[in-house]
Write a protein that binds this ligand. Structure first.
Ligand SMILES: [Cu+2]
Length: 507
């Protein structure tokens, strides 16, 4: 499709919409495997991918960046140093900022330990499939000592980030914000702050791989042998998340790479209007975010505009992004990220005048006020997908649990060694509806690569949506970006356990 994400669907999808078919039959028909063999799928670098990419808006400008992934000691403030993996020795990595339609030429240099492969996934960007950074689906993993250059057009403005898509590397320090500016920015504001949230343990209390090994041993092992659990978190409860909030205990919750006792100070002046771009780069923690003494106006989620909504706080799951506007008061204010259900906070400080900072674990009253969530927002008029009958419907059931740590989709744990074994198939030009059915006892942030779906008939456009336990969230999108895309839980540990699927275009 030639359209930008905000426009109406193309003629082809309009025509196909008239051929709408009921979901159940299609699901059975594309389950794959039985007798007829596997469906033919679009290749990640095939003609269809090039044709779709050729229709993207472009400015002709190129941003060349170097991303060196290597082990590094990273200072988290307060005397805490983490031995982790990072880009150029800092966490978050240096912000990448481009304008809509610019070409990104980012060379990843893998300087991680021997036999450690890596990649970069451009989270939320609807880019050409072979640059999506998902080995082995869209590329061969970048081997230690090797380089790989990603070249892609970023043609939708918004707040994004990037991180590896190999194993549990997401839960190390390899991430950075990616901001795509709108050359015709409709919002007016005086300052802009990018605020990246992260739950942290790597190089302080173990490694993500050690955490996963413990989780895999499972609650069964704990009950059977009375084994002590170092990392597994029990009894993390959050009404906002419908119960169990998380699996992993983290010693720190970071805001822009700093511990709450030694926070980043964001300086401005009273009366100035600030745009905050919030990114949750965490592995297993949702955050409830508030700025003490202020209300906020939510303007975007996952890069796309929403009808402006006032809120005291907002809930942000792993992989989600929110943009808010705030008009600053006079003084010192804590920008607090409450680790939902985990009884801990991360924070930065906003300073516009004199005053003393509150104590490190201070929780502003706004956290208990009106909380904005994706499910309570509406798409802005200019990006709302017109409702229409879906050409294809897939039931995407989230399954599994803590006991066997067998998180999966439709009861099947994803096999990275055979990713196209049982794809969820779509055809270019179709309107697709996905029904995320959460049959587990826990919430999941469900992320689709390469597309921005809409929640229901008039909900926000998003690429990562919180699905509460026992609930169903229906999303739809226009299949306009051919290739092979992951659909997965953005809890790093659930994804690694197998709560992933391949959404693939038929050839
Ligand atoms: Cu999950």
């Amino acid at each position: 499709m030639s359209e930008t994400p905000g426009s109406t669907p193309g003629r082809r999808s309009f025509l196909l919409a008239g051929l709408g078919v009921a979901g159940a039959g299609v699901l059975a028909a594309c389950g794959g495997g039985s007798g007829a063999g596997r469906p033919a799928l679009v290749s990640p670098s095939g003609a269809a991918v090039g044709a779709a990419d050729g229709k993207r808006n472009r400015t002709g400008r190129t941003h060349e960046v170097s991303l060196v992934a290597a082990p590094a000691p990273v200072e988290l403030g307060g005397g805490v140093t983490a031995g982790t993996w990072a880009f150029a020795g800092r966490t978050p990595g240096e912000e990448l900022r481009v304008s809509a339609g610019d070409l990104v030429a980012a060379t990843l240099s893998n300087r991680l330990p021997d036999r450690t492969t890596t990649s970069v996934h451009w989270h939320g960007i609807a880019l050409r499939n072979d640059m999506d950074g998902v080995p082995p689906v869209t590329q061969t993993a970048v081997a230690s000592g090797q380089d790989f250059t990603y070249r892609f057009l970023a043609d939708a403005p918004g707040t994004y980030f990037f991180h590896p898509h190999v194993g549990l590397q997401l839960d190390r320090g390899l991430y950075a914000p990616l901001i795509v500016e709108d050359p015709n920015e409709p919002l007016s504001y005086d300052d802009e702050w990018v605020v990246v949230l992260d739950d942290w343990l790597d190089g302080v209390a173990g490694t993500p791989d050690e955490v996963y090994a413990e989780l895999k041993r499972g609650m069964g092992a704990m009950h059977g042998g009375g084994m002590a659990m170092k990392h597994m978190l029990m009894g993390a409860e959050s009404p906002l998340l419908g119960g169990d909030a998380g699996d992993v205990r983290y010693p720190y919750h970071l805001v822009n790479g700093r511990v709450p006792g030694d926070p980043q100070v964001l300086r401005s002046a009273p009366g100035r209007r600030v745009r905050l771009r919030l990114v949750n780069a965490g592995g297993d923690t949702a955050y409830r975010v508030a700025l003490g003494g202020h209300r906020m106006t939510v303007t975007h989620t996952d890069g796309f505009p929403v009808r402006h909504q006032e809120a005291d706080a907002l809930l942000i799951g792993m992989g989600e992004r929110y943009d808010v506007l705030v008009t600053l008061g006079d003084g010192v204010f804590p920008l607090v990220a409450l680790a939902e259900g985990k009884n801990a906070v991360g924070r930065a400080l906003v300073r516009t005048g004199s005053g003393a900072a509150p104590v490190a674990d201070f929780r502003p009253g706004e956290l208990e006020g009106a909380v904005a969530t994706g499910s309570r927002l509406k798409a802005a008029d200019d990006v709302r997908l017109p409702s229409g009958k879906a050409d294809r419907v897939h039931r995407v059931e989230l399954t599994g649990g803590m006991m066997a740590y067998d998180w999966a989709i439709n009861g099947e744990r994803f096999d990275m060694d055979d990713p196209a074994r049982r794809p969820i198939t779509v055809a270019e030009g179709q309107r697709v509806r996905l029904d995320f059915v959460n049959s587990t006892g826990m919430w999941h942030p469900v992320h689709l690569h390469g597309h921005t779906y809409q929640l229901g008939a008039d909900g926000p456009r998003k690429d990562t949506a919180i699905v509460l336990p026992g609930r169903t969230v229906s999303v739809f999108f226009d299949a306009d970006n051919p290739g092979r895309w992951l659909l997965h839980c953005h809890n790093a540990y659930h994804g690694e356990a197998g709560m992933m699927a391949l959404l693939a275009y038929e050839d």
